[in-house]
Design a protein around this ligand. Sequence first.
Ligand SMILES: Cc1cc2nc3c(=O)[nH]c(=O)nc-3n(C[C@H](O)[C@H](O)[C@H](O)COP(=O)(O)OP(=O)(O)OC[C@H]3O[C@@H](n4cnc5c(N)ncnc54)[C@H](O)[C@@H]3O)c2cc1C
Length: 585
Amino acid sequence: MTIPVHDVLIVGGGGAGLRAAIAIAETSPELSVAVVSKVYPMRSHTVSAEGGSAAVIKDEDSLDHHCNDTIGGGDWLCDQDAVELFVNEAPKELTQLEHWGCPWSREPDGSVAVRPFGGMKIKRTWFAADKTGFHMLHTLFQTSLKYDPVKRYDEWFVFDLIVQDGRCQGVAAIEQKTGRLQTIAAKAVILCTGGAGRIFPFTTNAAIKNGDGMALAYRAGVPLKDMEFVQYHPTGLPGTGILITEASRGEGGILLNKHGRRYLQDHDLGTPLDVNDPNHPQLKSMELGPRDRLSQAFYHERETGNVFEDAMGTYVHLDVTHLGEKKINKKIPFVRATAKNYAGVDCVHEPIPVRPVVHYMMGGVHTDIHGATPLPGLYAAGECACVSINGANRLGSNSLTELLVFGRRAGASAAAFAKENSVDADAVESQAQARADRIKSMYAEGKEGEGAIAEIRDALVDTTEEGAGIYREQKKLDATCEVIRELKARVKDLKVTDRSKTFNTQLTSALELEFMVDTAEALAFSAAARKESRGAHQRLDHPERDDDKYMRHSMAHRKEDGDPKIDYLDVVITRWPPGDRVYGK
Ligand SMILES: Cc1cc2nc3c(=O)[nH]c(=O)nc-3n(C[C@H](O)[C@H](O)[C@H](O)COP(=O)(O)OP(=O)(O)OC[C@H]3O[C@@H](n4cnc5c(N)ncnc54)[C@H](O)[C@@H]3O)c2cc1C
């Protein structure tokens, strides 16, 4: 049997994966590119992004302003060389997308429209109504179709990386339609597998976001960076976790507690507030404070009994009624539809119930600014990677742009690597049997099956929320680490009772659960080791930021048996010395 061989293989058909594929096809048409995706590419999570994508475009804005907001918002954990490069390349990427057909919304004078977004002091978020991700992904997908060298493996599930002679030289995958196991060889592999919100019980993330690529890299010896930084979005629907986009607040929506008070004025969002001053900047723009601060404010309101509580759980109100029907229909039509369909509320007439929900992983596979990981031949881009431009807290609308900037860069680097290196397809093929045996062993006698998968998953998401939620402390984090130790042992023996070949979701759920446990392990142990509060990592027992000890990236290294090793890497500081996080001025 001969196996498929490609120059570059990309795992993931979302924004980052498709941008990488196009970059390679455009600049190196002689290379063969594979895009392997466990769902049809247009079902990748990028499609659900609503609010927009940030890049400097207006005269009153500047590249330095964008850097400044990103670095301050990230609580000085961003690598500043990466941020500068990102901000410089962002406008070019979004303009390129327009040339490929992305229908950016317009100002009345025909120029690209921008909206304000949390933590950004100047409006710079480009949008396509409130379906930005849908339009961006469509644009990338249709552009990728132009290029013959891009071969797609739609609905193929990657469960292992193949490392040969110290280089990543392919993947082991399942063709879900037939259940066939297949190794695919490649000179370079790029992970673009997205985030891991599903390791928490309450998330905006699609069911496919289980940290697959993070775990694959982690197992192959690549460290996961800054995994303790998990972003809660302040406005998800209670019950489902479905996102109500920040655009609703960008367009003027306000947050009210059960007493009808705009409670954010009672919390520190980064600017000392004189509530007697009606012109104070925080009063005007408090709903657009950074996401971590807004989510923390909800926590305190709940502690003091100021939130609604009923069968839906705890929540506050997001009120957009004052915007009027015309503006709501024009600027945030999807918010109206979502609130109607999933909360039974018409936001033209009533407030929407909302609560903080896990939304985004700032951490991920450790890469340099070229998307390269420490394992030769392995690259990563998009939400599964940590470059890092997001530091301790990502600013909304930076990540769609990140997919483009770093998807393109990772594509270019992987193409260059592929031109210089060969692939040993026979050696990759010789590993096929071992990979297949691994899956077959999951079918062996032993009766765990569906029930055990659900049970372990419930135990995992409960413990991440309990120990590593909006606020953390040592005792609870240690307890979470202990539960994860037990689950790591248990998940190894997971058995699959469903023998069907076609779309065996029990098998893929079991494999995803293993990914989730590994990802959660890196998160919990990194959080337990960081004894300070910074950005999204807030410790009740260490409430201050400690730059002397912790202005460094956490690096989690997996061990097959035993706890991961956590060490640190210095943050790159160029022009922005650490300061206080302020906004609204
Ligand atoms: C509801 C929502 C709204 C958002 N809104 C915004 C916004 O307005 N602005 C903004 O900047 N950001 C937003 N974000 C964040 C942003 O959309 C994501 O970070 C980004 O889209 C991730 O893109 P990606 O290409 O890295 O991964 P994804 O789009 O998640 O794609 C991952 C790909 O990897 C594939 N894959 C994963 N595992 C495997 C495997 N084992 N085998 C094979 N294939 C695999 C999947 O099939 C998929 O194709 C939002 C996120 C959510 C959840």
